[in-house]
Design a protein around this ligand. Structure first.
Ligand code: ADP
Ligand code: MG
Length: 375
């Protein structure tokens, strides 16, 4: 991917919800890129910050949430953080489209499916009448809906769950996006339909050179679809690798735990292995490893030093893990010191804005009251 401009470059994204009780750091310093035609997976248990990452990119963070100063989301080199709602409306749909877990959140029950696809076509491609209708039929055919010409006259409730999700994907494609963000699009579907939808997404990607950001809690799905994987835990990306490396050579104990709990991994055992405990709510700046309380490999320093991503790649693979067990080949003391120093350096870069204040208060970020409160 070197040399080409990424479709999306997310750098130190921090999105927090300022509730009466606490500041929830839903996304806490996430960085990743998505290249043209690439499928990048974001995987992690429920509550990891996957959906908030997606909504941040789409400019759809709800109050009391906001993207913190110092965060950057570049779409083909253009900064999205801080754009006006008007500017975002053009990007959403036209450049970046999103498919949610529940297709009914995207479909209006009182209009026919055809009506809704034609409306997306009108808004984003400026086509109306017979032209729009033909394109709507083509799109339904592209997502393998049989008898598309009749189907466009039907209402969402006349579609099965799998067909509805196909219709939503058709609506997303109506805008001819460069980047498609899929947030658990197959979670509500049974496995056969799920496999069909994954295959469909792959075919569409090949045809259209789409970049895809694919969110799931399911490692099996990630194995099917992703080129590259980011493992997310409590707002942070704890491991990032090409999909083959992640599965062959997982480094972070959290990733190892997720892989161990894939159904069928241990056919001789009748109980599914799981990682005990839950994802904690990140309501303080990270000063330790948020996974440490659940980690089978944790040692004392894990509760005192915040691990930062370090290179764990073999043979020049682009593979990083944020864990005090790495880099391999140095002593525990050296490793801990390295993470401490890298963490301190990162804190200096983000400066006075957030985490360097130890009192846990979120300082006001913009004198004019708007600059720091991107929505
Ligand atoms: P995931 O998609 O990985 O399951 P989310 O991105 O939905 O996780 O949520 C990450 C964290 O942000 C969770 O702790 C969740 O409770 C919190 N969160 C999400 N949306 C809101 C909101 N509107 N207000 C307050 N907290 C929220
Ligand atoms: Mg989610």
């Amino acid at each position: 991917m070197s040399g080409t401009q990424p479709t999306l470059a997310v750098e130190d994204l921090r999105t927090a919800f300022f509730t009466d009780k606490e500041i929830i750091r839903a996304v806490d310093g996430a960085s990743f890129t998505i290249g043209p035609g690439e499928t990048v997976g974001i995987v992690g248990e429920s509550g990891s910050g996957k959906s908030v990452t997606a909504r941040s990119i789409m400019g759809l963070v709800d109050s009391p949430g906001r993207i913190l100063e110092g965060s950057s989301i570049e779409y083909r080199g253009e900064e999205l953080v801080g754009k006006s709602e008007d500017a975002y409306r053009k990007i959403r749909g036209g450049d970046i489209a999103m498919v949610f877990q529940d297709p009914l959140t995207s479909l209006n029950p009182v209009y026919t499916v055809g009506n809704q696809i034609r409306e997306a076509i009108r808004l984003h491609r400026g086509l109306e009448g017979a032209e729009a209708r033909e394109l709507a039929v083509e799109l339904l055919e592209a997502v393998s809906i049989p008898d598309a010409r009749r189907r466009i006259t039907e209402y969402p409730h006349q579609f099965s769950g799998g067909m509805r999700q196909r219709a939503v994907i058709a609506m997303a494609l109506a805008c001819d996006p460069e980047l498609l963000i899929c947030d658990e699009p197959t979670t509500a579907l049974d496995v056969t339909i799920q496999a069909q939808i994954l295959e469909l997404l792959q075919d569409l990607q090949d045809e259209r050179d789409l970049s895809i950001m694919f969110i799931t809690h399911d490692m099996g799905v990630i194995a099917e679809i992703a080129d590259r994987v980011n493992v997310m835990y409590a707002g942070e990306i704890v491991e990032s690798a090409p999909v083959g490396d992640l599965f062959d050579n997982p480094k972070h104990p959290y990733t190892q735990g997720l892989l161990e709990s894939i159904p069928g991994r241990h056919p001789d055992e009748d109980r599914l292995r799981t990682i005990e405990g839950d994802v904690p709510t990140a309501n303080e700046p990270a000063r330790d490893c948020r996974f440490a309380p659940r980690c089978p490999e944790a040692f004392d320093a894990c509760e005192a030093v915040h691990p930062v991503p370090v290179d764990v790649g073999q043979d020049h693979t682009d593979h990083a893990a944020a864990c005090l067990l790495y880099p391999e080949g140095s002593t525990e003391e050296e490793r801990v010191e390295r993470h401490r120093q890298l963490g301190n350096a990162a804190e200096r870069v983000i400066g006075g804005e957030t985490d360097s204040n130890t009192d846990g208060e979120e300082p006001q970020t913009a004198a004019d009251g708007s600059g720091g409160e991107h929505r």
